[in-house]
Design a binder for this molecule. Sequence first.
Ligand SMILES: [Zn+2]
Length: 254
Amino acid sequence: MVSRRNFIKTCISTLVGISCSELFFRAPTSSGAGRRQIPVLVYHRVGYTTDNFTVTPERFIADLRTLQQYGYCAISLEQFQSFIDDRDVEMPDKPILITFDDGYIDNFENAYPILKQHGMIATFFIITDKLWIGDRLNPERIVEMAQGGMSFGSHTVSHKRLGELATAEINDELAISKAVLESILGKTVNAISYPQGSYNENVIATAQKLGYVTGFTVREGVCSNNSPDFELRRIPIFKYDIGIESVMARRGGI
Ligand SMILES: [Zn+2]
């Protein structure tokens, strides 16, 4: 959890680059939570691998700088969940939730230092069966990132398509990953990112029963506090995207 003082400091650091131009980002300026929309970005890897889910560190830096120039302030998963739940929560004028799926080690080696340099925070969805595999985040890294203000959620145990599983398997994927992450972090984990965006009513009902409060899809769009809690839309970021402005304009619906 980011302290109030650090949170305000983070927001102040973004003020330097604020532009009045809202050509691409028509973020509401109202302080009323009921009228606000929050874009949720989803990255996967930050490095030099060649697949479409990897962006270079240079590109990630450029994305964060552009977001800051447009006045966006990264918020924590906890702040976002309070907003979705309609609770009164301190919120910057232009909030954005930055997420990462799959828990690659480059999230720690490349993305985390860049986020810190820019006073930004992000949320990482972890596949718990891969926690001790070389190219993924291990528990030690996760704890270090959490202490640095980063948030974490489940991306299930084994990354199977939840919408195609029997109820018992869905239950195991959601319950075991939640318990493992909670034991690492020493706090409640209550957000799920559906692997490959696969979910159905049974997945949602099981997640709710287990104590999850938000579910993130890969359907494109922005979130409002009217969004269904377990069908939250995100804005995917790919290697071939030219820049964050065009991505948000095309996929964000704002
Ligand atoms: Zn995934």
